[in-house]
Design a protein around this ligand. Sequence first.
Ligand SMILES: [Zn+2]
Length: 162
Amino acid sequence: MLLILAVRILSPSSINRIISAEFPNPVMHPDLHAAVQQFMVHGPCDTRFHLSCRSQSSDSSCSRNFPKSLNASTRILHDGFPEYRRRGRFSGHDGDRIVTDEWVVPHNPYLLARYRCHMNIEVAGHVRSCKYIYKSVDAIMFLLQLDIDNDMMTSDELAGTA
Ligand SMILES: [Zn+2]
């Protein structure tokens, strides 16, 4: 699902109000903590190489780049994607293993508590990240642009089979 907000999320503090990549305090928010532990922990895939994020990679690294680094604060990187705050204040369990914020998938705590299912929620506020979302639309628009700009181009050339 793609949500487009009426208000743009432009700062790390506004990202922190909407998205979390951390375990909440288990004493203050036991239900939310249980939901993060049950639905929003990636893997851990560093010992489960059969998971698709590792098994489809040529070097067995995680295609989703987990585990993530712990960060004291959220930063917006040059490519427009945020590096979420992961302070490592609280942890959860995956069986006998203790898992930290390094393995938490970004989510919206309100939506997670309400719907109690896996839902990766991320900010895509930069033009480049929006192009990632609309890449198939971009491809169609690119083909249409070629058709308009070069009426000598055949349909085979547009499809890349010429
Ligand atoms: Zn992984």
